[in-house]
Ligand binder design. Structure first.
Ligand code: DC
Length: 212
């Protein structure tokens, strides 16, 4: 079984993905980390983020061993990832890795922006997580402070809105809900309630599949 979870930055999709994978004993891939790792490789090399050829090279040399690097979680790297992820050839270079991950047993949860639309259009369940940008900014700022990063909520909100615009309006694989995705509004749910709602969506999909 493949579960696709898409949504904007700081919508809570990452936590939901991790928790769903744990619940079903599936493997989990936070695909944002892949784009963040490409962006970090560019920053390490001192490359311009707008250098498409270099970004493609970084994507082809991607080292999953580095996905755990805490620097990838920072706001600055997220912003850089949003820039490099708009290059179609970068996305293409990362496609096979994501599809292979999804195909391996016993099942997988992938979270990102284009999982239900491009990477796994045949996913068994698709969830599109949305949340009020102000709530997302508050949660993201809290998360940053917990990590010891300074966080100004208004600046985080501005960054979130800018990133939403870029991720939604890019020509290739923009952030959008697949036609058959279930929209989960996470604005007023705490983590446990969000996980419960996501599990209910998966269970309903399983019942429908059995009946089909
Ligand atoms: O989910 P995140 O904040 O870790 O993602 C960082 C950036 O990577 C995001 O702004 C856009 C890009 N991204 C993408 O284009 N496609 C994905 N499947 C995941 C992330």
């Amino acid at each position: 079984m493949i579960i696709a979870i898409d949504g904007p930055a700081a919508s809570g999709k990452g936590t939901l993905g991790k928790r769903l994978a744990h619940h079903y004993h599936f493997r989990h891939l936070d695909t944002g980390v892949i784009y963040r790792a490409v962006a970090q490789a560019m920053l390490d090399a001192g490359a311009e983020l707008t250098d498409e050829a270099q970004a493609v090279a970084a994507a082809l040399e991607l080292d999953p061993e580095k996905f755990g690097n805490p620097v990838l979680k920072t706001q600055a790297v997220g912003e850089a990832a949003s820039v490099v992820s708009a290059f179609p050839r970068v996305r293409e270079a990362l496609l096979t890795f994501q599809r292979q991950f999804a195909a391996e047993p016993p099942g997988a949860v992938l979270d990102g922006r284009d999982i239900g639309t491009v990477i796994c259009p045949d996913a068994d369940v698709k969830i599109f997580v949305v949340a009020d940008p102000v709530v997302r900014a508050r949660r993201r700022a809290l998360e940053m402070r917990t990590r010891g990063e300074a966080a100004d909520e208004a600046m985080v909100l501005a960054d979130i809105l800018k990133r939403d615009e870029r991720d939604k309006n890019r020509a290739t694989a923009p952030l959008k809900a697949a036609a058959d995705a279930h929209v989960l509004d996470n604005s007023h749910l705490d983590i446990e309630a969000g996980v419960k709602a996501a599990i209910a969506i998966v269970e309903a999909a399983k019942i429908r599949r059995r009946g089909a």
